[in-house]
Write a protein that binds this ligand. Structure first.
Ligand code: SF4
Ligand code: SF4
Length: 323
């Protein structure tokens, strides 16, 4: 896979990034070795960027995949970049999050660290202390770059205006699924503006969190062709999916049997019937895809849900899963 430069970071990344949310307890709850094997296959096929988050609890998969690759390829992981994120507010939170990511992945340096789910200039102001600490950690060499992830156009615009921010990881798909404050066209315009200002951009949810799986190949090719994206992060759950997506990202033609194998996998949000109706998940969902129904149980609006799985983390009864 040809590499692309990620903004002003100097990092050269493959256009497809492995999004590890798909392996997480919030999603597929993969056994360690199975998840590590998928990442390892992706690395062997040319991916060199891995997206994770403190919330996802996927550091052990990354560590195992990197260790295996290191032992097989005699240390060839120096050009593999791991990007993580957290909800850090204070300097101590930010430092703690970066230290945890380094410790649990076994790395000396992260490709980048992001403030997770920023919404606007106001949330960025609220996380100022954490942002300043990330600037210090970048200067110390513990992270190569810093930035934000977001489902909000307002946050893309706000981050574009901050010189200390290197990276923006915005939600984009042509239908606008999951964009919290506007349309796909408005998001793309904000992304273009950020790109013009030199921000390194890697997209998320190009498949609309699963809604666009029926047209996955076209959407993937479209995402790879958007000139503002250095990479797009895609969650992958099977060997066939990794091989198909890597073939597409390398500009190749996918074998029909790979296409068929991937087309057979559908995803949806499962809410178990032991839901207690506490409403935590409803408050958590920025896509406004959840409500409490007449029986006092959580119910999902599948047209709005982007299968991010974040609501699952706030459920005290462990009754939400992406399956
Ligand atoms: S319902 Fe849950 S999985 Fe769906 S968009 Fe909302 S937070 Fe994400
Ligand atoms: S957080 Fe869990 S228990 Fe509470 S309403 Fe949502 S699904 Fe039900």
């Amino acid at each position: 896979m040809k590499r692309r430069v990620l903004g002003k970071t100097g990092l050269e990344v493959a256009p497809l990034c492995f999004g590890t949310l798909s392996l997480s307890p919030l999603h597929g709850a993969f056994p360690l070795q199975k998840g590590a094997d998928l990442i390892k296959t992706a690395l062997d096929l040319g991916i060199n960027m891995i997206d994770t988050a403190e919330l996802y609890e996927t550091y052990p998969y990354i560590k195992a995949a990197m260790c295996e690759r290191q032992s097989q390829h005699n240390g060839a992981v120096s050009d593999v970049y791991v990007f993580s994120k957290s909800y850090a507010v204070t300097a101590a939170d930010a430092r703690g999050s970066v230290e945890k990511a380094l410790r649990e992945t076994g790395l000396d340096q992260l490709g980048g660290f992001l403030l997770h789910e920023q919404e606007s200039e106001y949330t960025l102001k609220g996380h100022r202390e954490a942002l300043d600490e990330l600037v210090r950690l970048r200067a110390k060499g513990l992270i190569r770059s810093l930035g934000i992830s977001t489902h909000h156009i307002a946050a893309v615009r706000a981050a574009a205006a901050l010189p200390e921010i290197d990276i923006i990881h915005p939600l984009y798909n042509y239908k606008g699924y999951g964009i919290a404050d506007g349309t796909a066209a408005q998001m793309l315009s904000a992304i273009a503006q950020a790109f013009e200002r030199g921000k390194g951009i890697y997209g998320m949810k190009i498949l609309g969190g699963g809604h666009l799986c029926g047209e996955a190949e076209a959407r993937l090719r479209e995402g790879l062709a958007i000139p503002y994206f250095s990479a797009i992060a895609v969650g992958m759950k099977s060997d066939a999916e990794v091989r198909l997506n890597c073939t597409i990202a390398a500009g190749g033609e996918a074998a029909p049997e790979l296409r068929q194998a991937v087309a057979a996998t559908e995803r949806h949000l499962l809410i178990e019937d032991w839901c207690q109706g506490c409403g935590n998940c409803v408050k958590r969902c920025v896509s406004k895809a959840l409500r409490l129904n007449d029986q006092g149980k959580a119910e999902v609006d599948v047209r709005r849900c982007v299968l991010c799985g974040y609501c699952a983390a706030d459920c005290p009864e462990f009754c939400i899963k992406v399956v």
